[in-house]
Design a protein. Structure first.
Lengths: 339, 208
């Protein structure tokens, strides 16, 4: 009797039969957790408005995913944390002073158009948060580039506006940038700590690196994309960024400013939109870095991380095809047939 | 395409909805994105296409017995180019401001897949009046598509319709840029497919 009952319990299924304890939800919530330091620093520098903008982004991202899926009578997937992450990343990519409708529109575009219309998590071609931001930047170029000065206190209500370090670098040059921050050491410290104008979550390099360390330690991201991305930006800034000819640029300013750290560790490494083969990931990172520096040095925008990642997202499947390793002893069937 | 011969009214309806150039067949998308950033331009191009498509179908149908099949493509091309030139010169004379904006796309009507396709699959095999109806239906279908697309793009992108302000506030600038055009066409195509599937029991696939 007992064996008969057991026989009924056996199920026939395809591999994998043994699964790890990692789930999509667990990875996504860990990434959310790793962005917590950056979020805290953004509230510290930009005040409660930062929490409001980020919260609104998260709320509208989660709600739009939920209502889209329930209205199509599908299972709501908000529990896996990916919509939460999209909202959080979008919020950390906005300036503090945006009016309330901008986070809502951005989240809708990111979740519904970029992710769900393409088939949901795992099928999106582009990074949803970045498409949301690109849509907003192109639609509201004025509102999206009002950068308020960090105040480091909760009471400042009439925040002053100023340009981002990269904006100053583009318009007025390195000398002016150093003059504004005092001297070079002060400039580097401010950039490292995040005491500068910019998108909410991108300013504090220390906090971002803390979160990135967690992800690297857990093995959720590997060094390939961030390292090749950042190294390419550094080398190109050093080689081409200076006024006095080749190799006179200041790579440190370029590395610490803009959205590079946030983009390289948290957005370029999105599993769905980057190549899955290590060799391809390095190519992907180099491409991101090169496009970023081309936009920063020669383009119309002061910052190019967003467009660089989005452009390389298009190439991710192509890169994967190009670097796929050949099976040992395999014969190219097409060539054989032609003979 | 059904095998039964259709009545003239059915032909017109087929062009407008069943085989709508843009939303069902997904051809002639280039002008639908380039020109639809304002309703004025969209409607002007749409009307030109109605004229050219109807006249081309009539002319080809009239000549169908004399066209040698081997050289039919150059002949279609010449006929289309002739009517496009008429529209082009008329517009250049009487509608100068619009012509300055969309003149290039008027000339590009010569290369419209939809006009060419109808001459090939319908007008060269059917009688004059039904060919004219088919062309007219197709042209009106294109015009309707242009009106729908440019309505949303101008309203969202500039907050105006035909240049008159409708809503105030900061518009979604992206909608009048090419990226917004793709977005609008894609979403509307999906929407019409959904209507077709939901209410008319269609399969909802756009033409390939």
């Amino acid at each position: 009797m007992a064996t008969e009952a057991k026989a009924h319990e056996l199920t026939v299924s395809v591999s994998p039969h043994v699964r790890g304890d990692e789930t999509v939800a667990r990875i996504m919530w860990t990434v959310n957790l790793s962005l917590l330091p950056a979020f805290i620093m953004s509230v510290y520098y930009f005040g409660p408005r930062a929490a409001f903008v980020t919260g609104l982004c998260i709320l509208s991202a989660v709600l739009s995913e939920h209502f889209y899926q329930t209205s199509l009578k599908k299972k709501s997937s908000i529990g896996d944390g990916s919509a939460f992450l999209t909202g959080l990343l979008l919020g950390l990519n906005l300036p503090a002073s945006v009016p309330f409708y901008i986070p809502i529109i951005g989240s809708l575009i990111a979740i519904v158009i970029t992710k769900l219309l393409f088939g949901g998590l795992g099928y999106n071609v582009f990074n949803p948060a970045l498409i949301g931001r690109a849509f907003l930047l192109i639609s509201f170029p004025k509102l999206m580039t009002i950068w308020s000065e960090p105040t480091a206190q909760f009471v400042a209500m009439d925040a002053k506006t100023t340009a981002t370090p990269l904006g100053i670098l583009k318009e007025e040059g390195m000398a002016k940038l150093i003059e504004i921050f005092g001297d070079k050491a002060d400039l580097y410290t401010s950039l490292l700590m995040g005491n500068r104008a910019g998108s909410l979550g991108e300013t504090s390099v220390i906090a971002l690196l803390l979160g990135a360390a967690l992800l690297l330690y857990r093995g959720y991201i590997t060094w390939h994309i961030p390292f090749s991305f950042i190294a390419t930006v550094g080398v190109m800034a050093w080689a081409l960024g200076g006024n006095g000819g080749l190799f006179t640029g200041d790579p440190i300013v370029h590395l610490l400013s803009g959205g590079l750290i946030l983009g390289a560790f948290f957005m370029a490494t999105d599993y769905v939109t980057c190549p899955s083969i290590r060799k391809g990931q390095i190519i992907f990172g180099i491409g991101c870095g090169a496009i970023t520096m081309m936009i920063r040095l020669k383009g119309g925008f002061p910052e190019g991380v967003m467009f660089a990642i989005l452009l390389m997202n298009c190439f991710a499947p192509l890169i994967d095809r190009g670097v796929k390793s050949k099976m040992f002893g395999a014969v190219n069937v097409n060539k054989e047939q032609k003979k | 395409m059904s095998l039964k011969p259709k009545s003239n009214l059915e032909l017109i309806k087929n062009g407008m909805f069943g085989e709508n150039t843009i939303f069902r067949m997904a051809i002639s998308l280039c002008p639908s994105i380039a020109v639809t950033n304002g309703m004025k331009n969209g409607v002007a191009l749409g009307i030109s296409v109605v004229f050219v498509q109807t006249m081309v179908n009539m002319t080809i149908s009239l000549m169908r017995k004399f066209i040698h099949p081997k050289i039919r493509i150059p002949i279609f091309m010449l006929v289309i180019a002739g009517y496009v030139t008429i529209i082009d010169l008329l517009m250049a004379t009487y509608a100068r401001p619009i012509y300055k904006e969309i003149g290039l796309y008027i000339q590009i009507i010569v290369a419209f897949a939809s006009i060419f396709a109808r001459a090939e699959v319908y007008a060269s095999k059917n009688k004059v009046f039904s060919s004219a109806c088919d062309g007219f239906g197709m042209g009106v279908g294109f015009l309707l598509a242009m009106i729908v697309i440019s309505f949303f793009r101008e309203l969202l992108g500039k907050g105006t319709l035909f240049g008159y302000p409708i809503v105030s506030g900061s518009p979604l600038l992206i909608m009048i840029l090419p990226a917004g055009g793709f977005l609008a066409v894609g979403l509307l195509m999906g929407f019409f497919n959904w209507i077709d599937m939901r209410f008319f029991g269609g399969k909802g696939a756009s033409g390939v």
